[in-house]
Design a protein around this ligand. Sequence first.
Ligand code: DON
Length: 586
Amino acid sequence: MTNGSASGIDQRSRREFLGNSASVLWALAVSKPASAIARDEVAREAYGKCGMVVSVSEPATRVGIELLRAGGNAVDAAVGVAFVLAVTYPPAGNIGGGGFMNVFVPPPLRPRFPKLTQPAIVVDYRETAPRKAHKEMFRPDDSPHQHKAVGVPGTVAGLALAHHMFGKLPWRQLLEPAIALAKEGFAVDASLASSLNNVLMQSRAFAEFQRVFAPPDGQRWKAGDTLRQPDLAWSLRQIAQGGAEAFYRGAIADKLVAEMQRGGRWITHEDLRAYRAKTRSPITFPFAGCTLYSCPPASSGGITLSLILRQMECFPFREWGRWHVRTLHVLVEAMRRAYAERARWLGDPDFVKIPDQLLDPEYARRLAGSIRLDRASSSQDIAPWIALPPEGNETTHFSVVDGDGLAVANTYTLEHSYGSRIVVQGAGFLLNNEMTDFNWFPGHTTASGLIGTPPNLIAPGKRMLSSMTPTIAVSQGRAVLITGSPGGRTIINTVAQIVLNRLAFILPPRVCVDLPRLHHQWFPDEARCEPGRPLTDSLLHQLRQLGHRVVRAGRQGDAHSIFYEADRGAYCAIADARISGAAAAV
Ligand code: DON
């Protein structure tokens, strides 16, 4: 089902999607003041039955819970959280970027959404290449921090579309907390203070960035300092009053286009007017007694995840155990093969034909058939098309479930941390540099990491291939795992390991998130391993003996996830401890 609609959301089409009962709900939704939530209600983990939110930022989690308490559903809360993250988590929270929102509707709620043909739906609000873009627009020495690297933003259209389809609370109410936080300011925590200090040092050439994010004393940010963003408050107010129209056609569009005129006129009014968020069917497949709903192209996440997990199922890895060298070996081999398929086939489905057989279990079985248990294979041998381009390292994922079981997994990004570093003058928001997720140089592949294969080459209006993998596992009509992560291409492997930890090995929620992760992406031909037990040096040594190149790496991902614990009859929200994060329950 694809019914893209970025702007111009009217009540008639809303009723058509929701049916009559929903319009009654809409009418009943009143702008109740949200009840304040106490300081100790937000923690690294939380338990509850009536709704949960977990995100990278405490103010965002808090607002999500307040919106649930005010009568909003999980989508209302998710939209509110996303707008707050645009204020409180500038490395990745955004209105100038894009992402994917995966929504699972449990059976009792389905009659309220008669147009829904499946239990889950993904809102694809990935950025697009502007009309002026072409496949040879980048040169090898081009900076990723320039106007040319900016894709047409999708976030505002995506959040508006999600709200249009599912929302109960009025749109304006969802933006009020973000507007207040931008206007009044909020206290930065230690991790944001250090991130801002670093990026300010690296971005001296970006005058508007320096002005907007300047520390209060002109020196360095410290935990507890207040960050105020009056220009961003203005933009959010425009969006609250005018909806997505304000962003794509109104006063914000004028400022965005004026900004682009300072750097090559890459994005025009016409590009903004043409942008559409789209709904897509999720990638759906069974695993370990559950049904997984994951992210479809233009993300590679769901298909690659299904290829990894289906190859795993060809081996008795449960009997071997989670930390047996053979399990890790097979996992690395499955990742290697799945990422090779990703590079070979995947791109924007509106532009390239993605073979249906990638989702056929037999296809995964054939891939797994070439895995030998006694030694590693080589990435070169399994596919001859060489390496992949570099990719940024900031995105953010959050998970929400409400008291009715409506569940949301949302991942969105500016691509690099703080995106292009270009702040739209007078509008206070950062622009993405997502164009760098395309294959930059057609036909130009190098051993050092570039690829020029056709499915992900630049074309006007095309979405660049993503790895974002917001995923929901469902058992007996209930979302039992809501997960996703940042981390560029590592995202898919992070999600694969959380799914394995929980659904195949039935480990406790905190353990599923805390356990060290590994990553293999076909090229470069190496397994990167997080430090920490049980991924010990001796286990790494055993992998090397099988012929793997294994390296130690820094943290992998930041997977704020929600788990259902059947024995407690309750949900458990876990903030990933790798960076900051906050979980709370209604
Ligand atoms: O869409 C993608 O896959 C990338 N632009 C995401 C970048 C990312 O996750 C960086 N995060 N840590």
